[in-house]
Design a protein around this ligand. Structure first.
Ligand code: NAI
Ligand code: MG
Length: 490
């Protein structure tokens, strides 16, 4: 069954669906076939102005701030319920637009719902403090929203990433302009429909799409935004930070990684191999927290590589709609990039024990690829590839493993496989990463804080920590007895 795909999606601004001011459109491609499946309006400066004005006016109206937080929570729970009801429809659209495996796409809709449930639970628990100053004073703090939050979302998991940022904004009474990724824009428009149906006040969440260098850049540089949340590449993050610096506004930056798993000599090899395969082959490696490097104790190298080749062989490439575990990469550019990295590594002396070149068929398919004989200085061991490509490097001592793991510009996540609890903690302390997985890649969930160190960015998403990025403390100090002549502050 093919979902009833709308042939054209306008922009969602102020609770209405509106065309782009200049009428520009972008074709939406199914990466499994290369065919155009729909069109979206391409926002440009005038549309960004329109969306930011809608969010500003909703913020100034104080509609979210005046609402009792428990009622805001109820609205968010309604969003979650509708997302669950529409999970099948969302999954099919995401599968056609983003290429995702159908079951994974359905789980993504449920994960989006889970973000609204989780942060709904926080909406009425954001409390300030009373600070004692002695009898003549009363002092308290307010966790105040920033205002208009500009959110720029990438194409790999648009719904989940978009949902977590919108949920945090609603819980904290910020309003939102979100830019949906031009390469997989549709699931966030289904979320826009859900927000409207749930009764989220018009203008509090606006969702537009458009190219990064036009709509994205215009949004990041807009004079009337107060806050930026960005997930994507380092160069784009850097450009956004420069724009934000002009107006001194805070940013949450999630900029990908080159994350390493470490398999120590005492590891449960079967568990480590299965977990590593999930870590690198999920969504064909288009995952910021993918396990794209494997550091394996030399004594286990051949056994682990053989296990990984077997795990790769169990995964077939094909349309996500047909349930294949290796869905297409998002675009022909992404496919060419992944292939280029592999060919370069092979020229430099690495061996592709499986995969290594794109599949000769329609769509942007790349097979599970394992590279041995890679050295830490190779580009495949340093740079984010965003494909199903694992660079394997042997090590001899734990100190060497940690140095290798930390030896890139990135520091998003890291993994450790060992039965030795002391070694696990020792490693977790020394790994430069925002999140460390012990004996299971991707362990954690909506509840666990996620974000990077070094060039992987800063700020945390998910978990309670994420909310700290959406509020700034306002202190209110009151002189109670009317005698106050003021005293110098500090
Ligand atoms: P990108 O970082 O350029 O795009 C991400 C989002 O930023 C999209 O919505 C895009 O429209 C927007 N954008 C692009 N240029 C912008 C600008 N100048 N100002 C404001 N917004 C802008 O990533 P791209 O080109 O799609 O992928 C390239 C590489 O980036 C991938 O191969 C991967 O290595 C990395 N990447 C990392 C992601 C992560 O989850 N951390 C997600 C997507 C890409
Ligand atoms: Mg698409």
């Amino acid at each position: 069954m093919t979902p009833d795909l709308k042939q054209y999606w306008p922009l969602f601004i102020g609770g209405d669906w509106v065309d782009a001011a200049d009428g520009e459109r972008i074709a939406v491609e199914n990466p499994a076939t290369g065919q155009t499946i729909s069109e979206i309006a391409a926002a440009a400066q005038a549309d960004v102005d329109h969306a930011v004005a809608a969010a500003r006016s909703a913020f100034e109206s104080r509609v979210l701030q005046e609402m009792r937080p428990s009622l805001r929570a109820e609205l968010m729970l309604e969003v979650a319920a509708l997302l669950k009801t529409r999970a099948d429809q969302i999954a099919m659209v995401e599968c056609l637009d983003n290429g995702r495996n159908l079951v994974a796409a359905r789980n993504e809709a449920l994960a989006a719902a889970r973000y609204f449930t989780y942060y709904a639970g926080a909406a009425d628990k954001l409390e300030g403090r009373m600070i004692p100053l002695g009898g003549a004073y009363h002092d308290y703090t307010i966790p105040a929203p920033y205002g208009v939050s500009a959110q720029i979302v990438p194409w790999n998991f648009p719904l989940q990433i978009g949902a977590r940022s919108i949920a945090c904004a609603l819980a904290t009474a910020n309003t939102v302009v979100m830019k949906s990724p031009e390469l997989s824009p549709l699931s966030l428009y289904l979320l826009a429909e859900v927000l409207a149906d749930a009764g989220v006040p018009p203008g509090t969440v606006n969702i537009i799409s458009g190219f990064g260098h036009t709509a994205g850049a215009a949004l990041a540089a807009h004079r009337d935004i107060d806050h930026i949340v960005f997930t994507g590449s380092v160069p784009t993050g850097r450009a956004i930070l420069k724009a934000a610096a002009e107006r001194i506004i805070p940013c949450v930056m999630e900029l990908g990684g080159k994350s390493a798993g470490i398999i120590y000599a005492d590891a449960n090899v079967e568990q480590a191999v299965n977990s590593t395969a999930i870590g690198i082959f999920t969504h064909s490696g288009q995952v910021c927290s993918a396990c794209s490097r494997l550091l394996v104790h030399r004594s286990l190298h051949d056994e682990v590589v053989a296990g990984l080749v077997a795990a790769a062989g169990e995964r077939t490439a094909g349309p996500g709609m047909e349930g294949h575990e290796m869905p297409p990469l998002i675009s022909s550019q992404q496919l060419a990039k992944v292939e280029r990295y592999c060919q370069q590594a092979i020229k430099q002396g690495a061996t592709a024990v499986c995969g290594g070149s794109s599949l000769p068929r329609d769509g942007h398919f790349f097979p599970p690829t394992i590279l041995t004989g890679t050295t830490p200085d190779m580009a495949v061991a340093q740079e984010e590839i965003f494909g199903p490509v694992l660079a394997v490097i042997p090590f001899d001592t734990p100190e060497e493993a940690i140095a290798l793991a930390n030896g890139t510009d990135y520091g998003l996540v890291a993994g450790v496989y060992t039965r030795d609890l002391a070694l696990a903690h020792w490693s977790a302390d020394r790994l430069s990463a925002g999140q460390v997985f012990i004996n299971e890649w991707f362990a954690g969930g909506v509840e666990t804080p996620f974000g990077g160190t070094k060039r992987s960015g800063y700020g945390r998403e998910k978990g309670q920590e994420a909310l700290l990025n959406y509020v700034q403390t306002k202190n209110v100090a009151i002189r109670l007895d009317g005698a106050g002549g003021g005293r110098p502050g500090g």
